[in-house]
Design a protein around this ligand. Structure first.
Ligand SMILES: [Zn+2]
Length: 632
């Protein structure tokens, strides 16, 4: 967070970008992405007539499933999309990579490099160089190639575009942090006793009303930018009863909320040094009113009017958008899936939040189309993916929560597909006769009924060993004896060998690594779930074959292709080893796609017939580059 001050200063300097003459483009390539749109569900709802615009588009050009990335995870697939290359070349292999020095999980998409030199002064640490935030995706995205050839690109909210590429217009997507520097940490104020937070993205704060019901507390913000040991910056927060409603005063701004209701955006300015401040925006949801008050405060979004990190290209575009369409969610993954999973938000409040996000994204995307100044316009709506993750329990009769779902939950995925259809219709209405449209998803969807503790299996096979004869470990591999361990699972699909010379306490040489890989590739697909006789894994892929170039040096040794229904448990993703191999997934996060890629293809529609069919997600970049070049 030391870099905040510098970024505030440097983004102010960058606001002097030059004004170019507006140009009008009559022959555009428009790419509309719906993250996680599944070909089977789309076909079903096209057949029953509820997706008329998709049906119309399908009749005009190509319409078929689209081969996704391996593994079929959004950051990987959208990086395949952007660069037209596979993970071995673009270097994004999984949501999470691991630090071979510590075995701890690391966010694979972007990386902060702190300033190298710091001047200690009056108890503060003044950074003397910039530090940097880098996008870990390697290679050249096709929108940059098009600009290099004289075209102009507008790219909105494509995952793995933070920090934004220097093109005509870009708003960064997945990868943008919140003001705390995390991928989205929310706060729940509650008068009930709080259980320990189940993840780092949850802050549960126990509050006690006085006799009049008044609750006085603070919202904690980022760390002090210049004093690492000082308490976090904060702003005041008071809650008091108002009949059935509550009145919340946050950093001097007052809002009256009824149960279940979202507030508009509220601005929070975290002061430091008496004259400076860092600005964020939040929305509040009153989960329940007095006497058992629960107030939900969204993650603190970077204020697009005063961004402390670059959210857009050019830097002032984020603020211009706020001027045009009002404040909007800026975090890379703002759909607060974890709070719904934890029961800290209701289904209705979650869907209401999704509605708000659709409105924001539509306003941006249609605004960009209406400008008519780009040869390429790309917009990705990820809400299809997030609703599918959280409401698959409404369409999967075998899911543990299916009996508890109400009509709203059962209709949620159908609803978001119909919203996608509406957005498609409005896009088509904005197209000129020479415009071309590609609509795609990065992967499809499948049920997530059972969570697999893959480190349990590795431990049972003697490949992962605990200290002191323990049989389980917490997340972050606490208690693992690396001097005796040969393989470990982390992230959603990755397994690594504990290689000597690579991992800090590696013990496996090249020849043995190969033997261990062959053994796992042979044994895992034979593994049977004792609860139901089903096979858990369809195929284990060899990382060396999938990713020969091993960009970033992060390639996993093995990639696990789970059968539909199964997915790595949350503990596995963070390097935990619980006692059971398979657990019933009784959480609202009930659909997924981090499985065998052949089970979860994406979908593709085009308004035209390309010379060469677009079969795989990597084909889009090739087509867009050709198209961009031939138009010049
Ligand atoms: Zn997803």
């Amino acid at each position: 967070m030391k870099k905040i001050l510098l970024l505030v200063l440097s983004s102010a300097l960058l606001l002097t970008a030059c004004d170019e003459q507006p140009r009008t483009v009559s022959s555009r390539l428009i790419i509309l992405g719906f993250d996680g749109m599944d070909p089977n569900l789309a076909q079903k709802w096209m057949d029953d007539g509820s997706l008329p615009n998709f049906s119309k588009l399908a009749a005009s050009g190509e319409f078929h499933s689209l081969q996704t990335s391996n593994p079929p995870q959004s950051p990987v697939a959208w990086s395949d999309f952007a660069t037209g290359t596979k993970p071995g070349d673009h270097g994004i292999y999984d949501f999470l990579s691991r630090d071979p020095a510590t075995y701890g999980p690391a966010f694979s998409i972007s990386e902060s490099i702190p300033p190298e030199t710091v001047l200690p002064l009056f108890g503060m640490e003044l950074p003397l160089d910039d530090g940097a935030i880098i996008n870990r995706r390697q290679g050249t995205p096709f929108w940059s190639s098009i600009e290099e050839n004289g075209g102009a690109s507008t790219v909105l909210r494509v995952p793995v575009t933070f920090p934004p590429d220097p093109i005509q217009r870009m708003l960064a997507g997945m990868g943008v942090p919140d003001l705390l520097g995390t991928q989205g940490t929310y706060t729940l104020y509650t008068t009930r006793p709080t259980s320990p937070a189940s993840s780092a993205s949850t802050r549960a704060v126990r509050v006690r009303p006085d006799k009049a019901g008044l609750i006085e507390t603070v919202l904690e913000g980022p760390a002090h930018p210049l004093k690492p040991d000082a308490p976090a910056l904060n702003v005041s927060l008071t809650i008091k009863p108002d009949g059935k409603n509550v009145i919340v005063e946050l950093d001097g701004e007052t809002v009256n909320l009824t149960s279940g209701e979202w507030s508009d955006w509220m601005t929070v300015k975290f002061p430091f040094l008496g004259f400076a401040s860092v600005s964020g925006i939040v929305r509040l949801n009153l989960v329940s009113s007095y006497p058992r008050v629960q107030l939900y405060v969204s993650p603190i979004h970077i204020d697009p009017r005063e961004p402390v990190v670059p959210l857009s290209s050019p830097p002032e575009y984020a603020a211009e958008l706020a001027e045009e369409i009002g404040l909007y969610h800026t975090i890379g993954m703002p759909e607060e899936t974890w709070s719904l999973n934890e029961g800290h938000l209701s289904d209705s409040a979650y869907l209401e939040m999704i509605r708000t996000m659709l409105e924001e994204r539509e306003a941006m995307f249609f605004g960009a189309l209406d400008k008519q100044d780009s040869d390429l316009v790309v917009g990705v709506f990820v809400q299809t993916d997030r609703v599918s993750h959280m409401f698959y329990r409404g369409i999967d009769e075998q899911h543990a929560l299916y009996p508890d779902t109400d009509e709203e939950a059962r209709q949620a995925i159908h609803w978001i597909y119909m919203e996608a259809d509406r957005i498609l219709g409005e896009t088509m209405a904005r197209m000129g006769p020479d415009d071309r449209l590609i609509v795609l998803s990065d992967h499809g969807f499948a049920p997530f009924r059972w969570a697999v503790n893959l480190n349990r299996w590795l431990t049972d096979e003697g490949l992962l060993v605990m200290k002191d004869d323990a049989t389980t470990s917490g997340v972050g591999f606490t208690g693992v004896d690396w001097a005796r361990s040969k393989a470990y699972a982390i992230g959603l699909n990755s397994v690594f060998i504990n290689r000597s010379g690579r991992e800090a306490q590696g013990i496996v040489n090249e020849a043995e690594a190969d033997q261990i890989k062959r053994r796992i590739m042979r044994q895992l697909p034979e593994l049977v779930d004792q609860n139901n006789g089903l096979k858990i894994v369809s195929e284990v892929f060899d990382g060396a074959e999938l990713y020969p170039n091993n960009a970033n040096g992060d390639a996993p040794d093995l990639v696990i292709g789970y059968n539909p229904g199964y997915r790595a448990s949350w503990q596995t993703t963070l390097g935990g080893t619980p006692s059971k191999l398979v657990e019933v997934n009784a959480r609202k996060w009930s659909g997924d796609h981090c499985m065998d890629p052949s089970a979860v293809p994406g979908i593709l529609f085009t308004s035209f017939r390309p010379d060469k069919p677009l079969r795989e997600i990597i084909d889009i970049a090739r087509y867009a580059r050709l198209e961009g070049n031939t138009q010049q």
